[in-house]
Design a protein around this ligand. Sequence first.
Ligand SMILES: Cc1cc2nc3c(=O)[nH]c(=O)nc-3n(C[C@H](O)[C@H](O)[C@H](O)COP(=O)(O)OP(=O)(O)OC[C@H]3O[C@@H](n4cnc5c(N)ncnc54)[C@H](O)[C@@H]3O)c2cc1C
Length: 423
Amino acid sequence: MDSLSPVTVCIIGAGPYGISVAAHLQSRGIEFRIFGISMHRWRAQMPIGMFLKSEGCASNLSDPIDRHTLRRYCAEEKLPYEEWGQPVSREVFVRYALSFQRTLVPNVESAIVTMVSKSNNGFRLELSSGERLNAEKVIIATGLEHMAHTPQELGRLPAHLQSHSERLHDLSQFRGKDVTVIGGGQSALETAVLLHETGAFVRLLVRKPSLRWNPPPRNGRRSLYRRLWAPRTGLGDGLQLWLYSNLPDLFRYLPQWIRLERAKNVLGPTGAWWLNERTAGLPILLGHSLLGAEARGDRAVLQVSDQNGRSDELVTDHVIAATGYSFQLGRLPFLSQDLVSRLRHEQQLPMLSSHFESSVPGLYFTGLASAYSFGPAMRFLHGASFTSRTIAQQIASAERDNRLVPAIQPAGIAKYDNLGAGG
Ligand SMILES: Cc1cc2nc3c(=O)[nH]c(=O)nc-3n(C[C@H](O)[C@H](O)[C@H](O)COP(=O)(O)OP(=O)(O)OC[C@H]3O[C@@H](n4cnc5c(N)ncnc54)[C@H](O)[C@@H]3O)c2cc1C
């Protein structure tokens, strides 16, 4: 089935970023199609019982007038809500996001995009439904999909003895089992706590010698001094976080090595304040490095060493790598080889213009893929507002220009200000 007349914009992925971009395009009257199962990662892949690490005020999708906020949804549904200090459950966030989507972006199509390639005037897409279509612009909003990072030390362990935390929705499958979780960030800590509370025998293996916890937000009046030197933002308190939160467009002008380091490490592995007391009684092996892993019978054997260099073996029923995500262009299975080869990149991260456009005009990247251009806020829901406003504004002005000057467009590349070294 072929749709020959090109759609103006296709959005791939119907998570918080895809839906937010769609809401902004919709309000500007720009024709688009959006593909993916709405909020699929949050609904079907994140663990039952999970709470968001981000505070209520930083857990919004974005619409042009900031009307459809979590705060408003909770007020309408008579659910408890605080800007700070009231953890938001995954269930409430999903209900809010789906209500946002049904109200503002009812046209999400549940097909998966299986191929994107370059065509003469734009892009050619293939869908899981068999449909093929043309698009003038494509926005990639596929989030963390395909980007899970598993330590190479687990390479020899058969698939049935290990999982990545990215797809562990129902942890009750591990009840009564001995499970080892690897990692020291929120995902590892929360997965371990939920497993423990579900009745698994769980231990946590952490490479660092100590755990880091976010402090609980301090409610009440803040002194002028604190407001100046530690301004409050949706990402946390502090001048640096204020900059990442409020001026993400300046991040692009930092030298490449700083951008790569900051995008990855700012707001790195820490546990949420409200999770700390739930880890009491959990066996946590701090300062332990994983050296290797193998199967012995139907169990996994992990070779580990402690901070004094003493090595040991751990025998366990299942290993869960809660070891994060790393964006790499080459891992997006739906991008044609030809398209990937046209993309300028820095260490497999697409180089983006000030409007999130890649070096292939008309192809945009959002979320994690854009954190190296616009800073750590893009790894979180917090970045969805800046992203969707910027992209929708640029596409709307390009549309206006097209209508005014319908003549042939110059085949230039998008303008970059951060072209340092690159692929
Ligand atoms: C366990 C966990 C907890 C988190 N907690 C927080 C938090 O508390 N606060 C916070 O700000 N951030 C949190 N994050 C980060 C979070 O993932 C992002 O903030 C947010 O989900 C990013 O939205 P997104 O739309 O970019 O990606 P996603 O939410 O991953 O959505 C992308 C969607 O695209 C779909 N998709 C992928 N490929 C295709 C395709 N080929 N065709 C069609 N659809 C496709 C996927 O199914 C997915 O639903 C958490 C992440 C994890 C893993």
